[in-house]
Design a protein around this ligand. Sequence first.
Ligand SMILES: *Cc1c(COP(=O)(O)O)cnc(C)c1O
Length: 429
Amino acid sequence: MDATGTPASQSFIQQEARHGARNYAPVPVVVDHAKDCLVWDVEGREYIDMMSAYSSVSHGHLHPRIVAAAHRQLEKVAVMSRAYYGTTLGPLLEKLSEVTGFERALPMNTGAEAVETAIKCARRWGHRIKGIPDGMQKILVARGNFHGRTSTIVGFSSEVEYRAGFGPFCDGFQHFDFGDMASVKAAATEHTCAVLIEPIQGEAGVIVPPAGFFQELREWCTRNDILLIDDEVQAGLGRTGKWFAFEHEGIRPDALILGKALGAGLLPVSAFCADERVMQVFVPNSHGSTFGGNALAAAVALEGLKVLQEEGLVEHCAEKGAYLFQRLREVQAQVAPLIRDVRGRGLWIGVDIEPSCTTARDLVERLAANGVLSKETHDTVIRFAPPLTITFDLMDRAVDIFHRVAREKHQELGLGTRAGSANGVKATV
Ligand SMILES: *Cc1c(COP(=O)(O)O)cnc(C)c1O
């Protein structure tokens, strides 16, 4: 019986359906508890977490060192607001400087808030430092972007469902095609103060930019006195096999946005990081957040960064990611043409399903029914992004299950046979 057919699961699912807004369509698995890379549902079934809450659980669920740090802080103080100083925020900011190379950081809670912080910073910098008339500042954003869900941010999304009916939207954003320098140049004006961009477009389907794009973008931004703001809410802190995805490109942005894994799997913690020449635009009363940088969040984030450093999770990610990528490519070859692409970097891999065969969601639900948690993005991409603590053994188990599920689908569709082509599925080798 699958999760939806059992009484305990069913009652939780129905309760959410009855009383919640319908803004999510969860995979029907009711999680009761989790440890590192494994998750158990209310019926006690075990799952391998190949999703890690979109990178938020990069350290694995409830990492003992991070839980211990939280407990220690809970014996002292959790929330005071930034009206006073504390003993954990300073150490976190110093550690962030050390790992990012940026002089300063501004702590917020969710990723979207850190993006909003970046937008405000870029505009004020554009006016006060670059000399653009206030109210005229423009920020360039990529088509297919995902930077969060506030009304300002969805206003510059190119995704219909993120925007429909939510207008009026905020002015001051212009679009370019991700990875296309000519398109960036065409979108820019003398009022452009910043480019806001993801190093790899996650929600868009794990889209890796063409080689050299970011270097060209970096040079062009420098030449035109435009800030390059890198949203690494999902890509940052080891996910791609380096501390930050910009390192793959051989560049350094002017500002960096972090979130998700910064909360080390326990809390929402985000940050906007930049050097003094950019961060100087914030003065007392210009920006803030009641919970941003609270004592508990800072203690947890600091321990999370130390764990990444001391357990070598970033270095391991590169090696494990290469292995997972290779194994998924092997599956692709064996179930052609069901999978049309496997792409990604580090432990962040999108498996792109041939739409004439089935949807990503169909396979995600079959995977869940077989003990592997993944998540679709758009209709065709399955995202595999396990905790960085994943073992080779667990990756093998997950890929074997994926292979079986894909092969079953393949057989159902009658692919690899004459019937396959008769069904209108293009047979590619
Ligand atoms: C998830 C995400 C955000 C938004 O973070 P929230 O914590 O959901 O507000 C912003 N940018 C990117 C690239 C993300 O992946």
